[in-house]
Ligand binder design. Structure first.
Ligand code: C2G
Length: 129
């Protein structure tokens, strides 16, 4: 079984998230999403609208997603990849190069982002700060 992993906040779920999850799953047979906790979002200077539990429940309902685990630190990726026997690490190309250290442990793939949509754009368009 070819195992894929990806990371993110996935707040206010939109087609950009669905597109990366679909393409990540297409690279293997099993997709783990490592979901930023509310506490880690604070470290990322992000404030999600939905709580971790709600974002987790939403992700678990997506057909491409097989497992959701918490992302608590920047430093957990190597152990996540090793402990979960991961073959492919996937992120949007806004992260291009940032996680190349994982190439010692698995394939690293950066996929094009979906243009014209983002959680911050949704908030801005709706007049939410
Ligand atoms: N994404 C995308 N297209 C968009 C918006 C997002 O492909 N229009 C991708 C991002 O590139 C990322 C994933 O969707 O791969 C999740 O995006 P965010 O929830 O914004 O995650 P981020 O804050 O980038 O967290 O340790 C890594 C971090 O947790 C990544």
């Amino acid at each position: 079984m070819k195992k894929v992993i990806t990371y993110g906040t996935f707040d206010l779920l939109h087609v950009g998230h669905i597109n990366i999850l679909r393409r990540a799953k297409e690279l293997g047979d099993y997709l783990i999403v490592v979901l930023s906790t509310d506490e880690f979002n604070a470290i990322k200077n992000k404030k999600a609208y939905y709580s971790y539990e709600d974002r987790k429940q939403i992700l678990e309902a997506i057909r491409y997603v097989d497992k959701v685990i918490p992302e608590n630190t920047w430093e957990q990726k190597i152990s996540d990849v090793v402990d979960n026997d991961i073959d492919v690490f996937v992120m949007g190309h806004d992260w291009e190069g940032k996680f190349d250290f994982l190439k010692d442990y698995c394939e690293v793939v950066y996929l094009p982002r979906t243009e014209g949509i983002s959680t911050s754009k949704i908030k801005k368009d709706l007049g939410i700060n």
